[in-house]
Design a protein around this ligand. Structure first.
Ligand SMILES: [Zn+2]
Length: 590
């Protein structure tokens, strides 16, 4: 057999899935989806077809009215179970009937008490990187794209959304049935479903927001500028080819900031600050509509093509919408974070390469921000040596030529060579991509707003605490920069002082706490522990809670609490969150 992707059993020489019709029935009592799926293949297949699954309870497989022979014939803790459809005889379509597991990796079933409204249950999926296989058997590799339709049956009080075009809704007894179609081919990791007590508000002619009624007005205000963002993104990246761009605001357990599900970004509610201060998260998810969703990494080893390009596009759009000063501040802050993470994993670790050999590695547990920022800095360097005008023309050519295709790093380098040979002469692209660390030989970001923070930090390290007035007008990213660059340990009195002058309690910005609580733990500020526990119990966003767990592991006094806190909150959080933190604790011998 030929494996094309270390994270999938798919053998693409056998044939490829071209389309799936999904009939999904949700069962909120058992936490199971009952699904009948009709698959259409690109070409008739004879012999075997391997599909990825995990925890799928297959009841029936039929082609042309005949039962198919099948077997789950290989299994692996990371990859799941290989579904082997056998002795196919020129089969071009088949139907599978199955149920998901009640602990399906992609699905988070929340009881009403864990939602904003407190009454109705909520279901949402997260398929990236390799969890679509826990919802339906598929070639779960980003190098296979298919179109689909979906019919989702839910209890009458609830609304179903799918990252696709909604084409109808009908009531049937105690149920409502929502119909969707996705005419643009997507890789499996971009399949997404959400069910909850949802309201919808228009934001613009192509944009809107789904959220629980309790937070929909706040979300509508926060993201009112989405239409303008699309127009700006189109100038940089080319026409938006997915029709609508809506948001689904999830409960706070969502493990990520956002997930770029096509037409319908899934978003953490921690992005609603009441200040429009974190809409760069939307800029990022929106940019994925081109870099990621339209031009897709062929395997998770090429992840930097998705995230590096998207982070680059995010910085460019932010520069237009928020000004160069803010974009520069964010760039310097991002550079500091990149160094922080590279130093943590080791400057010579293969994880600091852009192309990361990942056979046998769990993409959820090994993903860092490195492909995001190192990838972005590589593309900025390319822009720097060639000039913005020519690089912008290159971007449009890239998104146009490879639209609805999956791309390897090597194919990207070939394209770059062909289109911008001077870049290859001036930038050591191979070193950037295949070597660990970060080259000294590059243009560095500069920011006067960051320099202000640096001055205050230097004075603090010399014994002078900043006054409240000095930092009163700081931008959100200046506060982050300050908290990120504080010494690991500071006096407990200073923890209290900074908490007060930064007015963290009043800011409703969970982003501040990823650094602040880590500092509290390292500094032995024991009184903060109940608040830290409450925070971790509520917020599932890995970016925010991972640094806090890392600080606990590194601290003598808090170490003993880490396992207990995880056990306390694991029912509330998504399986990805629990899995990643559990791995971290296990590695630390906890
Ligand atoms: Zn991203």
């Amino acid at each position: 057999m030929t494996r094309h992707d270390p994270h999938s059993y798919a053998d693409l020489t056998q044939g490829k899935i071209a389309h799936i019709d999904l009939h999904i029935k949700t069962d909120f009592d058992t936490h199971i989806l009952k699904i009948e799926a009709e698959y259409r293949l690109e070409e008739p297949v004879s012999g075997s077809l391997f599909l990825d699954t995990v925890g799928i309870d297959l009841k029936q497989a039929i082609a042309s009215g005949q039962n198919l022979q099948w077997e789950f014939d290989e299994q692996d803790e990371l990859l799941g179970e290989r579904l082997h459809l056998k002795n196919l005889d020129g089969v071009s379509s088949f139907t599978l009937a199955f149920s998901t597991s009640s602990v399906a990796r992609a699905l988070q079933w929340l009881p009403g008490v864990q939602t904003a409204g407190g009454q109705h249950p909520f279901l949402y999926s997260q398929c990236q990187a390799i969890h679509a296989r826990s919802i339906f058997p598929c070639q779960d590799t980003p190098s296979v794209r298919f179109t689909f339709s979906a019919e989702v049956e839910v209890p009458k009080a609830l609304t179903a959304v799918v990252a696709a075009e909604q084409i109808g809704v009908e009531e049937r007894g105690e149920s409502r049935i929502f119909r969707f179609k996705m005419p643009q081919p997507i890789p499996s990791y971009l399949f997404a479903i959400g069910v909850g007590h949802l309201a919808f508000r228009e934001l613009g002619s192509r944009t809107g927001v789904y959220a629980e009624p309790e937070i929909v007005e706040a979300a509508t205000w926060e993201f009112a500028e989405n239409e303008a963002k699309i127009m700006e993104a189109e100038k940089l990246l080319g026409p938006y080819l997915w029709g609508r761009y809506d948001l689904l605001i999830l409960p706070p357990s969502f493990p990520y900031g956002g997930m770029e599900n096509p037409r319908l970004t899934f978003l953490t509610p921690t992005a609603i600050l009441g200040t429009r201060g974190q809409t760069c998260l939307i800029t990022h998810e929106l940019a994925h509509a081109w870099t990621g969703n339209l031009v897709t990494n062929a395997t998770w080893e090429d992840f930097w093509l998705n995230e590096g390009w998207t982070t680059y596009a995010e910085t460019r759009i932010t520069e237009v919408l928020e000004g160069k000063e803010i974009a520069d501040l964010m760039a310097v802050y991002d550079e500091h974070r990149l160094f922080e993470v590279m130093e943590r994993v080791g400057m010579d670790s293969p994880l600091t390469c852009l192309k990361v050999p990942s056979e046998g590695r769990d993409p959820d547990a090994t993903t860092t921000i490195i492909p995001y920022y190192k990838g972005c800095f590589l593309l900025k360097e390319c822009e720097h040596v060639i000039g913005r005008e020519r690089f912008d023309a290159f971007i449009q050519k890239y998104t146009g030529k490879y639209q609805f295709q999956s791309l390897t790093t090597e194919a990207f380098i070939e394209f770059l060579k062909q289109e911008l040979p001077e870049v290859i002469e001036k930038v050591d692209v191979y070193e950037w991509i295949y070597e660990p660390g970060l080259t000294e030989n590059r243009s560095r970001p500069q920011s006067t707003l960051y320099d202000e923070v640096q001055e205050i930090l230097t004075a603090y390290k010399q014994g002078t605490r900043p006054t409240k007035e000095q930092i009163a007008d700081w931008h959100r990213y200046q506060i982050f920069s300050f908290l990120q660059a504080l010494p690991v340990q500071i006096p407990v009195e200073d923890c209290k002082y900074f908490e007060a002058i930064l007015e963290l309690e009043n800011k409703n910005d969970a982003g501040n706490y990823m650094y602040f609580y880590a500092t509290c733990i390292a500094s032995g500020y024991r009184e903060s522990l109940p608040r830290i526990e409450e925070f971790i119990g509520k917020i599932g966003r890995l970016l925010y809670i991972l640094p806090i767990f890392r600080a606990m592991i590194a601290s003598d006094w808090a170490r003993a609490h880490a396992r207990r806190i995880l056990e306390q909150v694991q029912e509330r959080h998504h399986k990805i969150t629990v899995h990643v933190i559990n791995k971290l604790l296990e590695e630390a011998g906890l």
